[in-house]
Structures are given as C-alpha cells and as structure tokens.
Write a protein that binds this ligand. Structure first.
Ligand SMILES: [Zn+2]
Length: 189
C-alpha cells in the first residue's frame, strides 16, 4: 500500500462538526428537567448519567458531559475527577442490579470514531454476561433487550443517587500547599 499525502484537506477535516448543532439532544435533556422521560439517572456537577435509548444490553448507560464539550482535552481537571467517581458509582449500581459477569467501559471521541452524539464527550458502560450475544444479533442484526428502559431507570436511579456526592478534587489545595512550600524556600532549583 502507498500513501498519497493531501495536506490541503487538513483544514476541512479538522473543521468538521465544530459548530454545536441547533438541536443537540444532550443540551436539550440537560435543560429539560424531565429526568424520567429522558431516562436521566443522576445529575452531577459536570456530568449526568443517562440510559442509552438504543442499548447494546440491559443497563447500558452513559456518563455525559453536561456542557457542549466534544473533547476530553477541554474538560477541567475537576470534571475528569468527577467522571472517574461516576464510573465507580455506575459500576457499583450495575453490578448490584444486574449481577453482570463483566462490564464494557469505553468512549468514542468524534463521529469518525463512532460517537452517535459527538458534541458531548461521554463514557459508555455496558453490562455483559457470558454468551450474551445470540443468533438474533448475528443472523438478523437484532438485539434482544428483555427489560424495558423505564424499568431499568426505576431500578438504577435510587442506587446512583445514594452515596456521597462527587467531591471537588484535592489538586488545587495541593497546588496551594506547594506554593506555600516554595514561598518558604522550597522552590524549583
Ligand atoms: Zn450539546
């Protein structure tokens, strides 16, 4: 295979999808405050947790940036800490409700990488069981989801709401302490 370079296309490729679409689904559900209708399970400081309307499995949920941010690079350190805390919280809730034998965890950053709604970075959590893909998926391109989305919402929501709320990260305090130390002569050499 040979490579054909076309550097003049880079501006076009990197500009695609930058403008927030007028009808962004995630912006709409954040504003709507109709969590049951929109299947929102939990609202944090920088993210919300929502059931996927087109799930791969029962309990397929997503941790989504509450503002229109397509990239992790634009997220504040505090938001990244909250994302990790929410992953643990969702993992705990899914294991309690569904007792899966495994959980897939992953992000599709950008439409080219498979993101359905690319304007808000989001993490998928998909519970898995041994042999959970059957002939329907392989032969008919159809998934069998035995539980309704509303039933999943009712079971998961109380578990996600319980437990301590996400804490602001300790990093800024650590930075202040480092500055104090530097002020006392412990600075860079
Ligand atoms: Zn949006």
């Amino acid at each position: 295979m040979q490579n054909l370079f076309s550097p003049w296309r880079l501006r076009y490729i990197t500009s695609a999808g930058r403008r927030p679409p007028a009808g962004c689904v995630f912006c709409r559900v954040v504003r709507a405050r109709r969590d049951r209708d929109n299947l929102i399970l939990f609202r944090g400081r920088d993210h919300f947790v929502i059931l996927n309307r087109y799930p791969y499995n029962n309990g397929h949920l997503m941790i989504v940036a509450s503002t229109h941010l397509p990239s992790l690079q634009a997220a504040e350190p505090a938001a990244l800490v909250e994302m990790t805390e929410l992953i643990v919280r969702c993992d705990r809730a899914l294991r309690k409700v569904y007792r899966p034998s495994g959980i897939n965890l992953g992000m599709n950053l950008g439409r080219s990488a498979g993101a359905g709604i690319a304007g808000h970075y989001h993490m998928h959590l998909v519970p898995r069981w041994d042999a959970d893909t059957n002939f329907m998926t392989v032969i008919h391109d159809t998934r069998v989801i035995p539980e309704s989305l509303l039933s999943s919402w009712r079971r998961l929501r109380p578990l996600l709401a319980s437990g301590p709320p996400p804490e602001p990260p300790a990093a800024p305090r650590m930075r202040k302490a480092a500055r104090r130390r530097r002020g006392r002569g412990g600075g860079r050499r």
